[in-house]
Design a binder for this molecule. Structure first.
Ligand code: SF4
Length: 339
């Protein structure tokens, strides 16, 4: 079977079905996921071949969900997606739910009745990388759509009864636009009311277009504490009654324990954030490095003597070898290797 390079962390158990290669947009300044792939739509015959192989494999019975790769299967015509869904159900009848990445502009181009048709045929869950609700930042990162399009796409998907995950990026505006990012993103999410908000801390890649902003001093990298403060502003602004799962699910995020339903767990999540922000500076630094060295995973690990010792040694080594090193740079460097 032909496989694309990535999937959302939550789709680990799903059958990966590649329906396009790469990303047809491929121009976001922060993203190099599909840079080496020339975009193409796979022919139905090729997709069908993979479905037959999956049906013949020893795992065939285990698959109950299928994820359509690569970057934006929703760029495909609705008729073609329907043909693919028919093929999935024909060869792998145990598959009940189909999910995919979908760009906001691709969702917005489809009518609510097309989306309903796709939902009825099995496309259950859309993963949309809105990144931010700020038009200023959307332009800066060359996302190719604006906040109004994100709102149209999100409300259409919800109207069609689909499950909607929105990915957001903290740190994407740097120190300069941190508050703008938090405030505008919360505004858009409060209108859409998605089922999941999947937050990510940005790791700006040194080879990306975004890094030029850093080099030109238009964007100042935020420290881990500043990124968490940005997260706090956004979480505080999210509507208290939103029945939505808020997730720090990716290793790139500092506080993996900050997750829960906004309606019922918002205060607990904010308390965890406050616990971190109120730590003495030295403890914050230790935790930040412990996380970035993959020694610590949760705040409670600060109480683990072995993990503290290992992290302290790492910190001492880094500071001895590079006394002037900026830890915001180090942490960004590690994060950009994790995405
Ligand atoms: S972030 Fe998404 S839309 Fe943008 S280039 Fe990467 S895959 Fe394509």
């Amino acid at each position: 079977m032909e496989l694309g390079p990535i999937r959302p962390p939550s789709e680990a158990e799903s059958l990966m079905l590649r329906v396009t290669r790469g990303c047809h947009w491929n121009k976001c300044y922060f993203c190099d996921l599909y840079k080496k792939y020339k975009f193409s739509r796979r022919r139905y015959e090729e997709i069908e071949e993979d479905l037959k192989k999956a049906a013949d494999s020893e795992y065939a019975q285990n698959y109950t969900t299928c994820f359509l790769q690569d970057g934006d299967a929703f760029v495909l015509q609705t008729e073609f997606l329907m043909q693919i869904l028919e093929g999935i159900h024909k060869y792998l009848p145990n598959i009940k739910h189909v999910t995919t990445y979908a760009r906001a502009d691709s969702i917005a181009r489809k009518s609510v009745s097309e989306l309903r048709e796709l939902k009825t045929a099995g496309i259950e869950h859309l993963y949309c990388g809105m990144e931010t609700g700020s038009d200023l930042i959307l332009r800066k990162i060359n996302k190719g759509f604006d906040a109004a399009t994100i709102i149209i796409s999100g409300t259409k998907a919800k109207e069609a009864g689909m499950v909607l995950s929105e990915f957001t990026l903290f740190g994407i505006g740097g120190k300069e636009l941190a508050e703008e990012n938090a405030v505008e993103t919360a505004k858009v999410l409060n209108v859409i009311k998605p089922d999941f908000v999947r937050v990510h801390a940005t790791g700006i890649k040194l080879s990306s277009e975004m890094w030029n902003y850093v080099k030109n001093k238009e964007l100042t990298l935020q420290s881990e504490e500043e990124i968490v403060s940005e997260q706090k502003i956004m979480l505080e602004l999210l509507a208290d009654d939103m029945d939505c799962i808020y997730m720090n699910e990716h290793i790139v995020n500092l506080l993996l324990e900050v997750r829960g339903n906004i309606r019922t767990d918002k205060q607990n999540m904010l308390e965890t954030i406050n616990t971190y922000l109120q730590l003495p500076k030295q403890e914050q630094e230790l935790f930040n490095l412990g996380r970035r060295l993959n020694i610590m995973f949760f705040l409670a690990d600060l109480n683990n003597r072995a993990k503290r010792k290992q992290t302290e040694e790492g910190l001492r080594k880094i500071k001895t070898q590079n006394p002037d090193l900026d830890l915001a740079f180090v942490c960004n460097y590690v994060r950009q290797t994790q995405i």
